[in-house]
Write a protein that binds this ligand. Structure first.
Ligand code: AMP
Ligand code: DBH
Length: 553
């Protein structure tokens, strides 16, 4: 007896569905159809370059089919959710497409996530399988897999690429075309669950459909002029929404181009790849863009193939933008996007002023953008307000999270992005900051509340308030103000304890400041948000905003 097929859907109202179809945004394309079509059209072209490994489109297609057949043979079913945690290697794409071909739903974890985050994803998605590598970046994911199965008995299947130990080796799968589903999934069904940076508490799961996501990178390709001659470098984590779809690896594969993978973010490693593979396009977060731009001025590597350097994920200041252009001597494109949907780009033919000073304008004429005040009233052009949006590739709700949905979406379906922006008369957005307490550390979004919750679990922490502090290199760094209970712990020991709890390292505070009390909190009159704002203000008033001083870390 096979279990009933679960089909997850997004909740666009029918009139919007009709509108987005009529406008030609949603064309009924699916990921399996996309792969089959590209394999048919470009069998011998290079799809993926990973170190010395080069896969043609035909090879990518075969590998994905083998993985799909292997997963079905193991007893997984179409509709099953599968947490996928693979770094910047070719198998990331064969496994993702393999899952699509088998009708399963990947949940994209980042390599930096640890047991705390992975268990949360399994729980929220009710995933029954976990696919990872033996090791990546010096971490052994089999150890994580063991802990995961001990904690989450629902994870019945673990597949490991490389030396799998007691788990199923990814490399053991054999092709069996007869096993593959006879029909493609419904284009309006959910293709995968992406994860949000999480502004309150743990990350939320973002359900993206075949139709909406394929539209987002097909349209991005046009804006970014991606063609079959494009060679796109993935240096940020492949599972992140930016290098996946803006236009990213998927846009590049959609166009018949070549995806080049870098496991390292060190400029010398990446530059060698750019030279060898004649990379044309790449996407970076601001700290890396600045570091690479500086190295680009001294390198002997030939970077002349570069056409466009995209920067996004966190705010690029006009001065930093100038440095990026000067360093790379190629076109800069600012990208302001979110895994929930809306993506803005500066256009390649925009004037310099626009490219330096704005984060671009939306992809689609049907991206509705509202900039509102505290009362929800639209603010005049040029004034700061909260950014709300809905459109043909912006979700209407998170997966399995009513509480978050009540906060994050308006009654008429606008997503409250949490970003404070200014909009110009011609629709370009300039990001001013965040409305809520999420920290944007080099493009990684971290919830202050989540970090506080972990700190509060420590026996010597009586209370904790986590804030963002401006940082020259990271953009923002994490600072934790702590009131101790009993003996004062040492800051390095406290940080190590957080890592040992199984939390992604990027969430561990960069700086810890011990304080005697938080005024007012005892009476409960101050909200956490006000408390964080005050602590941050006091801290910045008393010290410079340069990187962490050793006295209080
Ligand atoms: P997430 O929802 O986790 O995908 O993170 C998306 C968030 O990253 C946005 O809501 C912004 O806060 C931030 N972000 C992305 N790109 C930019 C950018 N170019 N400038 C400023 N903030 C950005
Ligand atoms: O930060 C992001 O989430 C992001 C940035 C640029 C994104 O999701 C995107 C482009 O698609």
């Amino acid at each position: 007896m096979s279990e009933p097929l679960i089909v997850l859907r997004q909740t666009w109202p029918e009139d919007f569905v009709q509108r987005y179809r009529r406008a030609g945004y949603w064309r009924g394309e699916t990921f399996p159809g996309f792969l089959r079509e590209r394999v048919g059209r470009f069998p011998e072209r290079t799809a993926i370059v990973d170190h010395e490994q080069r896969w043609t489109y035909a090879q990518l297609g075969e590998r994905a089919q083998t993985i799909a057949a292997g997963l079905l043979a193991m007893g997984l079913h179409p509709g099953d959710r599968v947490v996928l945690q693979i770094g910047n290697v070719a198998e990331f794409y064969s496994v993702a497409f393999g899952l699509f071909l088998a009708g399963m739903i990947p949940v994209y974890a980042l390599p930096a996530h640890r047991i705390t985050e992975i268990s949360h994803f399994v729980h929220k998605a009710q995933a029954c399988a976990y696919i990872a590598q033996q090791q990546y970046g010096g971490f052994d994911y089999r150890v994580l897999a063991r802990e995961l199965q001990a904690r989450e008995p629902g994870v019945r299947h673990v597949v490991i690429s490389g030396d799998a130990a007691e788990f199923t080796p990814l490399e053991s799968f054999t092709p069996d075309p007869a096993r593959l589903p006879a029909t493609d999934p419904d284009p309006q069904s959910v293709a995968f669950l992406q994860i949000s940076g999480g502004s309150t508490g743990l990350s939320k799961l973002i359900p993206r459909t075949h139709d909406d996501y394929i539209y987002s990178f097909r349209a991005s390709n046009e804006i970014c002029r991606i063609t079959q001659d494009s060679r796109y470098l993935v240096a940020l984590p492949a599972a992140h929404n930016f290098p996946m779809s803006s236009p990213g690896a998927l846009g590049t594969l959609y166009a018949g181009g070549t995806v080049v993978l870098s496991r390292s973010t060190a400029p010398e490693d990446a530059f060698a790849l750019i030279e060898r593979e004649r990379v044309t396009d790449l996407g970076l977060v601001p700290p890396l863009a600045l570091l690479w731009a500086q190295s680009a001025q001294q390198t002997r590597a030939d970077l002349s193939s570069l056409r466009v350097v995209q920067v996004g994920g966190a705010k690029l200041t006009p001065e930093a933008a100038r440095r990026v252009i000067a360093g790379f001597k190629c076109q800069l494109q600012q990208v302001f996007g979110m895994a929930e949907g809306l993506v803005n780009y500066t256009r390649l033919d925009d004037d310099e002023n626009t490219i330096l000073n704005t984060q671009g304008r939306p992809i689609s004429a049907d991206d509705e953008v509202l900039v509102v005040d505290d009362q929800g009233q639209a603010v005049p052009i040029g004034q700061s307000g909260y950014l709300l949006t809905r459109g043909p590739y912006t979700i209407r709700g998170y997966h399995n999270d009513d509480a978050a949905n009540a906060r994050a979406f308006t009654e008429d379906g606008f997503y409250r992005t949490g970003d404070v922006v200014q909009r110009s008369a011609n629709g370009y957005l300039t990001v001013q900051g965040r409305a809520n307490d999420h920290i944007n550390r080099a493009g990684e979004k971290i919830s202050a509340e989540e970090v506080e919750d972990h700190l509060l679990a420590h026996p010597q922490v009586f209370d904790a308030a986590v804030v963002s502090i401006p940082d020259e290199y990271l953009g923002e760094r994490i600072c934790a103000f702590i009131i101790v209970r009993g003996e004062k712990p040492r800051a390095p020991a406290l940080k190590a304890w957080m890592r040992e709890r199984g939390l992604a390292a990027f969430k561990v505070p960069d700086q810890i400041v011990f304080v005697d009390a938080f005024e007012n909190t005892a009476v409960g009159k101050t909200s956490r948000k006000e408390l964080r704002a005050r602590l941050r203000g006091e801290f910045l008033g008393g010290q410079s905003a340069s990187p962490a001083s050793p006295s209080n870390t």
